[in-house]
Write a protein that binds this ligand. Structure first.
Ligand code: PMP
Length: 282
């Protein structure tokens, strides 16, 4: 694989980052994952805008402008002949003597790589996922997409140990989001409910698109908090993220939703999302 590190395209074995890089020492870095379909990028501008916001919130310098970032994405996709998969991008504050204060005059590091992966043809999309709930032990700025991902890793491991596919995170009795995705339920009257935007959740790029498509399709949308108890008796549930699109959830903490098969709203939104984002891909 050819990867990108600070201005260079290199074989992955030759790519290097300093042991003093603050991304490595302090998780002082942010990232984005952009999906590739038909060799094109899904919602690049959305991911670039969120990256700029994450950098701004952390007073971190941008490694390059948006046009350059797009060019690097395209070059990596081409060099690695990716037709379906993702591009991972990480910006860290750079290498400096270890200190809690941000260093001055240090150039940020930019690392990018691709991962070829089958995304559209998914077993989970046909059968639906099982999730368990776990306490949300993450920090209070989940709107910033930082590389400190140990809490979601622990949640994912708890899900695996329980024989489930993923975890929904619960804070003050209410679901914030999934370990690496946004969480949704469909209530008995057909209303689509997902957590409102705040510092408590990541502002999903897929979330924004899916809510837009849902409203356009005449589905009633409510952005508000919901409890696990409400979710367990919901008509259906699903998650969204760049690499999973819309993925149905059919079981929550052992409670089966509906007839245990992916629901019509999730199935329809998955189809619309894939079709529309494919059309708009760059
Ligand atoms: N929430 C969390 C905690 C995530 O890690 C992700 C995926 N990075 C998402 C939501 C979904 O965001 P997006 O749709 O932009 O992939």
């Amino acid at each position: 694989r050819t990867v990108y590190v600070n201005g260079k395209y290199l074989p992955e074995e030759e790519a290097m980052i300093s042991v003093f890089d603050r991304g490595f020492l302090m998780a002082d870095g942010v990232y984005e994952v952009t999906t590739v379909l038909d060799g094109k990028l899904i919602d690049f501008d959305g991911h670039a805008a969120r990256l700029e916001r994450s950098l701004g919130e952390l007073d971190m310098a941008a490694p390059c402008d948006r046009a350059t970032l797009l060019a690097i994405h395209r070059e990596l996709v081409a060099r690695n002949a990716v037709t379906e998969g993702l591009v991972y991008l990480q910006v860290t504050r750079g290498a400096a003597d270890r200190d809690f204060a941000y260093p001055e005059g240090v150039a940020p590091s930019l690392v990018m790589f691709t991962q070829a992966k089958s995304l559209i043809d998914s077993k989970a999309a046909k059968t639906g996922m099982k999730v368990i709930s776990v306490p949300d032990i993450r920090w209070a700025r989940r709107d910033i997409k930082t590389v400190q991902l140990l809490a979601p890793s622990m949640a994912k491991m708890a899900a695996k140990a329980a024989g489930a596919d993923d975890a929904w995170l619960v804070e003050d009795g209410q679901v914030t989001e999934g370990s690496s995705n946004n969480a949704y339920i469909v209530t008995a009257d057909g209303t689509l409910v997902t957590r409102d935007l705040s510092n408590r959740i990541l502002h999903g790029i897929t979330r924004a698109a899916v809510l837009r498509f849902a409203r356009e399709a005449g589905i009633k949308v409510e952005e508000r908090a919901f409890t696990i108890e409400e979710a367990k008796v919901a008509r259906e549930a699903f998650i969204t993220s760049a690499s999973t699109f819309v993925m149905p959830v059919v079981e929550i903490d052992g409670a089966r939703l509906g007839d245990g098969a992916p629901g019509p709203v999730a199935t329809r939104l998955r189809e619309i999302y894939i079709e529309e984002s494919r059309k708009a891909a760059v």
